[in-house]
Design a protein around this ligand. Structure first.
Ligand SMILES: Cc1ncc(COP(=O)(O)O)c(C=O)c1O
Length: 383
């Protein structure tokens, strides 16, 4: 077996040992239900309240503005369904971009197909950038919600998100941003930096546990709940709180967000080295922007090949990569992000995303760099 070289940090990251350590008591001694009135429950309640305050402190918001969720998908669903349904008497027009994660796009499409909303999908440039002018032109009197991500998971493009958020504010439109790929990678000082009303956060992208996330909701906005039952999370998300996961999320937020755990300087060195090698391989086109991209992310397409052959070839050499979003139940569908950049379908089927991370070493990068040209050539078929 070749050694494992993990270049898929945008899909998920390993649980940090210190985060795991902090979670352990919550898988053991502390097992109460925070809603119980007795002392075992009350102990859990105190720690849950504390976790909310700790997260609020890192994010620079009020504890009441945090809803704990099961991760990025749920946070996006709650933000979009909850806000659209809450505000539908004001208007039924939504705006998003063509390169959002499916956890955003599919929510918007559902609202169009089943609940009578209208949707404008903003185009992007060849580098994946959304133009603020396009957004401003698309805003209508009946627009109630705009959802645009600050950093793209497949190609890493970084949007002028604060500017887009400010435009929405100027027009009195609620702005949601799926910041799942931002945290731990890009500078963060306070949640207000996005100029957003709703921000989705997901722990497993920055060495926290899977199944843990939060939705920041700027008060006084109050999205309708999307799941019903008890009065948890201030009646905004029913269900007994997953305290071990919430503690892991909190610990990861405290440790890895303010000073990004993916050091941009080191990440950039690694991806630039890989890009340098790829530029010399016939048939390879690098998609990720030179300037405006997550430093850890390098996406490319290969002419006369396809993602399945490329990923299998990489895996045979021990290199874990992805064809973009890994979330479609193992299926390798053409990337909607690559299509939105204006590439033909054949190339949307031939995407490879390398995403490096905290534990990546220069030695791994050099080893992969030495193998990449032959792996790619082997996966190409004659024209
Ligand atoms: C941009 C983005 N949004 C949402 C998600 C979904 O998050 P989760 O895995 O927590 O459901 C992902 C995960 O890949 C993502 O990259």
């Amino acid at each position: 077996m070749p050694r494992t070289i993990y270049f898929d940090y945008n899909a998920t990251t390993p649980l940090d040992p210190a985060v795991r350590e902090a979670m352990l008591p919550f898988l053991g001694e502390v097992w109460g239900n925070p809603s119980s009135v007795h002392h075992v429950g009350r102990q859990a309640r105190v720690l849950l309240d504390e976790a909310r305050e700790r997260c609020a402190h890192v994010l620079g918001c009020k504890p009441s503005e945090i809803i704990f969720t099961s991760g990025g998908t749920e946070s996006n669903n709650l933000a979009i369904f909850g806000t659209a349904r809450r505000l539908k008497s004001k208007g039924r027009h939504l705006i998003t971009s063509a390169i959002e994660h499916h956890a955003v796009l599919h929510c918007c499409e559902y609202l169009v197909e089943h609940e009578g909303f209208e949707l404008t999908i903003l185009p992007v440039s060849r580098e994946g950038l959304i133009s603020p002018q396009d957004l401003e032109k698309a805003i209508r009197p009946d627009t109630i919600l705009v959802s645009i991500m600050p950093a793209n998971n497949e190609i890493g493009t970084i949007q002028p998100v604060a500017e887009l958020g400010a435009l929405c504010r100027k027009h009195g439109v609620v702005f949601h941003t799926d910041a799942v790929q931002w945290f731990g990678k890009e500078p963060f000082t306070a949640i207000e930096q996005f100029h957003a009303d709703l921000v989705a956060v997901c722990a497993h992208k920055f060495h926290g546990p899977k199944g843990a996330g939060l939705l920041y909701v700027r008060s006084p906005l109050h999205p309708n709940p999307t799941q019903f039952g008890g009065a948890h999370e201030n009646e905004r998300r029913a269900g007994t709180e997953n305290l071990p996961a919430i503690i892991g999320l909190t610990e990861a937020c405290e440790r890895f967000i303010r000073a990004p755990v993916f050091s941009p300087e080191i990440m950039r060195q690694f991806t630039q080295r890989l890009a340098q090698v790829l530029q010399g391989v016939g048939g390879v086109e690098i998609l990720s922007s030179q300037q405006r991209r997550l430093a850890n992310t390098l996406a490319f397409v290969v002419h006369n090949s396809d993602s399945v052959a490329l990923l299998a070839g990489l895996d045979l050499e021990g290199i874990c990569a992805s064809s973009g979003s890994a979330c479609s139940a193992g299926s390798l569908e053409p990337s909607h992000v690559v299509s939105a950049l204006g590439y033909e379908r054949r190339l949307a089927n031939a995407l490879v995303r390398l995403s490096v991370g905290r534990d990546t070493t220069l030695e791994e990068v050099e080893h992969a760099a030495s193998l990449l040209p032959q792996i790619i050539r082997r996966a190409q078929h004659p024209e």
